[in-house]
Write a protein that binds this ligand. Structure first.
Ligand code: ADP
Ligand code: MG
Length: 323
């Protein structure tokens, strides 16, 4: 079982950022309204995620670390239909198999909390402890027991940058959750959790971008688009400033990129890639779910329809007001 977990961990856990992704998504799934992510040395030696979500009942704790134990959905088809981000029940088993994990958790009905320690997949402690409601998850020394994989980690600076980017994307996709990010004891990000997209854009991208935005809004029965387009402050030769979210998930989509860049072309000054931040709400039947779920590139059943809709929405926003 342990070996299987270690091998399979490679699929889910590639680097500190993938650990943070899974744990942060779990916190959001647990209906937390405030989450703190803390890392040291790029997350290679220390990752701590604290949430005020529903917690895990003591008898459920060891079960949550078993492969394919999920309290969430039953099939990949449900991926874009259910509201939860997790679905495979693999993350905790994988993370615990390649690091030293400490978990402190308490539910609203639990009288006391639970502390659980599991090292390289081996259970060490399960004990009662006083704790606030919610969950604190610590993962130490990633890949300490799989040296071959540890070698593939980059420097703490690079790994930390990946974590920071990931936290930003999740903060942007969940404006309803207040997310705090602390790196080497320094506050790096703190979103308000007040649902307001513009506030989040301000917090993550700064004043200059946030004060130069045009609202984008389009609605059809099966698909709606809400968000902003603006000019990137620094000319970038890449698409770092293009952010798309479908039903709460950060995704990449070449169809959406092309539609936006085409519509933006007539207004383009020195910036080829505009700042964009679009939230899509789409009927899951319109999505091609055969794409591997951890890959972020998404395909649509009817790409042309999506292309036209995005193009129109962006073109008409730009036609009405100058950036
Ligand atoms: P998945 O998210 O796919 O269900 P995970 O391995 O990530 O699988 O988590 C296993 C289970 O542990 C979850 O289904 C959930 O019930 C529980 N869990 C994990 N993290 C938390 C958390 N922060 N708060 C409450 N429950 C959690
Ligand atoms: Mg999960």
């Amino acid at each position: 079982q342990n070996t299987i977990n270690k091998i399979a961990a490679g699929e889910v856990v590639e680097r500190p950022a993938s650990v943070v992704k899974e744990l942060l998504e779990n916190a959001i799934d647990a209906k937390a309204t405030a989450v703190t992510v803390e890392i040291k040395e790029g997350g290679t030696t220390f990752i701590r995620i604290t949430d005020n979500g529903c917690g895990i009942a003591r008898e459920e704790v060891p079960l949550a670390f078993l492969r394919h134990s999920t309290s969430k959905i039953k099939s990949v088809e449900d991926l874009f239909t259910v509201s939860s981000l997790g679905f495979r029940g693999e993350a905790l088993a994988s993370i615990a198999s390649v690091s030293q994990v400490e978990l402190i958790t308490k539910t609203s009905i639990g009288l006391t909390g639970t502390r659980y320690q599991i090292d390289g997949g081996e259970e060490k402690t399960l004990e009662e402890i006083g704790a606030p409601e919610g969950t604190t998850f610590i993962a130490r020394n990633l890949f300490y027991n799989t040296p071959a994989r540890k070698k593939f980690l980059k420097t703490p600076t690079t790994e930390g940058a990946h974590v920071a980017e990931l936290v930003e994307k999740l903060a942007l996709s969940h404006p309803e959750v207040s997310i705090r990010f602390i790196q080497n004891n320094q506050n790096k990000l703190h979103t308000s959790g007040n649902h307001n997209l513009k506030d989040i854009i301000y917090t993550v991208f700064g004043r200059e971008i946030a004060s130069n935005l045009l609202e984008i809004s389009a609605k059809k029965p099966e698909i709606s688009i809400q968000g902003y387009i603006g000019k990137p402050v620094i000319a970038r030769g890449n698409r770092n400033y293009e952010n798309y979210f479908i039903n709460g998930r950060y995704i990449k989509s070449s169809v959406i990129c092309r539609a936006i860049e085409e519509a933006y072309k007539p207004f383009m000054m020195q910036h080829k890639y505009p700042f964009t931040m679009l939230h899509f709400t789409i009927e899951p039947e319109l999505l091609d779910i055969n794409v591997h779920p951890t890959k972020m590139e998404l395909r649509f059943r009817d790409g042309e329809m999506v292309y036209q809709m995005v193009y129109q929405a962006v073109a008409s926003a730009l036609a009405h007001k100058e950036l």
